[in-house]
Design a protein around this ligand. Structure first.
Ligand code: ZN
Length: 102
């Protein structure tokens, strides 16, 4: 997947990549989830590259991301972002909303 390649399979939160026998591993995390009832999409602006731990934390709403790409909730700091990667702010807002961040 393109987003994972863009980040060289490094997590946008912690920069960790998992080296496997078959190469580096990371996961593409949807900001607005796929499927009902969320109906998010597969566009790059709805995807971030995360390690498995941060992926599940993001999906469970342990942390979220502001429009200024600050990490909120259980994490602090900033999301690492490539200048060629634009995020969909309405999807970030959606993620904050469904997980109870204002
Ligand atoms: Zn991570």
């Amino acid at each position: 997947m393109q987003i994972k390649k863009l980040y060289d399979f490094k997590c946008q939160v912690c920069q960790i990549t998992i080296q496997t026998k078959l190469g580096h591993y990371a996961e593409g995390a949807h900001i607005k989830p796929l499927g009902k009832p969320h109906n998010g999409d597969d566009n790059p602006d709805n995807l971030i590259c995360l390690c498995p731990n941060h992926h599940i934390m993001f999906d469970k709403g342990v942390f979220s991301i502001t429009d200024k790409l600050k990490l909120i909730g259980a994490l602090s700091g900033e999301l690492i972002i490539n200048s060629n990667h634009k995020l969909n702010f309405s999807n970030l807002q959606y993620h904050r909303q469904i997980h109870g961040f204002k």
